[in-house]
Design a protein around this ligand. Structure first.
Ligand code: DGJ
Length: 508
């Protein structure tokens, strides 16, 4: 009876919805995206890319994130050269890989270095955000129209070439948008907008979502008594935070114009990525106004054609920022993270805990030993687990070296510790520890990862088996008992091993 109840619960309350509906391919959700992003200039040369596809395969990727450069796509105004894009798609297909395209258009890390020469050289026609800045102004119609024209041509072309095969899964619109050196632009057009009333579209959104805004924004607006009319400084107060909010709105509106034009021709999922701010650093000292956690509502209000707001991780606050990015119904996709061995366990945790759509370390081609990369070992596990991920209740495992993690799934409470805390093996450095646990039945679990030891409260191990999944079918290896479960006391995946175990428990 309880089993039937458990099954019914699973049928009527699937674990996630928005994220799954984004990446549907042939009626099936294409998740997780197990990816890496190539270095900025790599995809400008097919010869340079040649060995990179193999590296991606060796690390068990299913997707590669590659830039599409405006300067190479439209070297002469109105004349498009799609040869590079076409060849990259062909290469990806030949390696059975998907692509996520990164549109390096108006902005790339705040700057406008990927604008074609005919844009860069005509400052009168394509105004900058400041006299000495190679940054296109977000307040100029010529700028946005030129970007729209190029991006639409790209999306039209990708549709023509790829709508059937769907090698291209998603598109990032612009790259790490944000104002540098100041919280906002001070051009005449920007100054005029700043002293004008806050646009109705934003005001209406804020009023309609007043009680569910992120606390940072709600507090900012509330300090002025939740005013609903007036200029930016009247409604939000005089501060650099208000200036950043203003810039964020106009960045979002600009990006939305580009994205919605592209979506009108080929409606793939779109996202924007953020250069994360640091705590206690003032707007202007970091790229300001981008899709940052405290500006999520502004971006969602101003850019409804953007499906996801995504963090790029070059700071160590992985859990903290992921917690922030999973607010406001935002599905997590990590398009960039510094490429290092800890990514292997962070990927498992991001998917297990946050139900992340995907994970993608930056400049993965820098490895000379792709077959030995820990990330590839985690991706190999995730690939095997893909029929079960998102479908069943699951949790990510990322224990601190000193504090065990408590996990509740169904009626069971698990305590997960770093395997090295057992002290059974002399390790010079702390090995990686992390994983994912999936509940496939009332008492049945799949546990996968590396360097973890799991105990269960008031319950014993009925059966533990190691093995592999092939197309969702379990191929058992050893039955684990005795020393391998510490005589029934715990489930363990040794450090330096990447394993899947199927385990069932019973309550005492
Ligand atoms: C973040 C950017 O989005 C990437 O394109 C690249 O410039 C990296 N930073 C470099 O660390």
């Amino acid at each position: 009876m309880r089993m039937i109840f458990w099954l019914l619960t699973m049928t009527f309350f699937p674990c996630i919805s928005k994220a799954q509906s984004l990446l549907v391919q042939g009626g099936k959700a294409f998740m997780p995206v197990l990816a890496g992003e190539v270095g900025n200039s790599s995809a400008s040369s097919l010869a340079y890319m040649a060995p990179i596809w193999e590296k991606a395969k060796a690390m068990h990727f299913n997707t590669v994130l590659i830039p599409v450069y405006w300067e190479l796509l439209e070297p002469t105004e109105g004349k498009f050269d799609f040869l590079l894009v076409d060849s990259l798609i062909t290469q990806a297909r030949a390696h059975d890989l998907h692509l996520i395209l990164l549109w390096f258009g108006s902005w790339k890390n705040s700057m406008s270095c990927y604008a074609p020469a005919w844009v860069k050289k005509d400052i009168q026609r394509f105004p900058r955000a400041g006299a000495d800045l190679e940054i296109l102004s977000a307040f100029d119609e010529n700028n946005v129209q030129a970007d729209i024209h190029a991006f639409t041509a790209l999306m039209q072309h990708v549709k023509k070439l790829d709508a059937k095969e769907q090698t291209v899964l998603m598109v990032q619109v612009e790259n790490e948008i944000g104002m540098l050196g100041a919280p906002r632009e001070y051009t005449p057009a920007a100054n005029q907008a700043f002293t004008s009333p806050v646009p109705d579209a934003l005001m209406q959104y804020l009023v309609a979502h007043k009680d569910s805004l992120v606390p940072e924004l709600r507090q900012h607006w509330g300090q002025q008594g939740f005013k609903t009319t007036g200029s930016w400084e009247v409604v939000f107060g005089k501060s650099t935070a208000t200036e950043e909010l203003f810039q964020a709105w106009y960045y979002a509106v600009y990006t939305n114009k580009v994205a919605s034009a592209g979506k009108a021709v080929y409606p793939l999922p779109f996202f924007v990525n953020a250069a994360l701010n640091y705590r206690h650093v003032q707007p202007g000292a970091y790229p300001s106004g981008g899709p940052l956690p405290h500006l999520m509502d502004i971006w969602q209000a101003g850019a409804p054609a953007i499906d996801l707001l995504s963090p790029d991780f070059y700071n160590p606050f992985f859990k903290e920022y992921n917690d922030l990015y999973t607010r406001q119904h935002n599905s997590l996709f990590i398009p960039e993270i510094r490429f290092e061995s800890a990514d292997a366990v962070k990927a498992l945790y991001a998917i297990g805990h946050y139900k992340a759509i995907g994970f993608s370390p930056f400049s993965f081609e820098s490895t000379d030993h792709p077959g030995e990369e820990p990330l590839g070992k985690s991706y190999a596990l995730l690939q095997q687990l893909s029929p079960f991920l998102y479908k069943y209740p699951m949790e990510g495992i990322l224990p601190d070296s000193s504090i065990p993690q408590e996990i509740h799934l169904g009626k069971y409470t698990f305590t997960v510790a770093h395997e090295a805390t057992l002290g059974w093996t002399a390790f010079k450095d702390w090995p990686l520890s992390g994983g994912v646990i999936i509940q496939t039945g009332e008492d049945a679990f799949i546990i996968a990862g590396t360097g973890i030891v799991i105990t269960v409260k008031n319950a014993g191990i009925l059966q533990a088996e190691e093995g592999t999944f092939r197309n969702g079918k379990w191929l058992p290896g050893r039955r684990l008992n005795g020393d391998q479960t510490h005589q029934g006391r715990h489930i363990r995946i040794p450090s330096h091993n990447w394993e899947i175990q199927q385990v069932s428990f019973y309550e005492y």
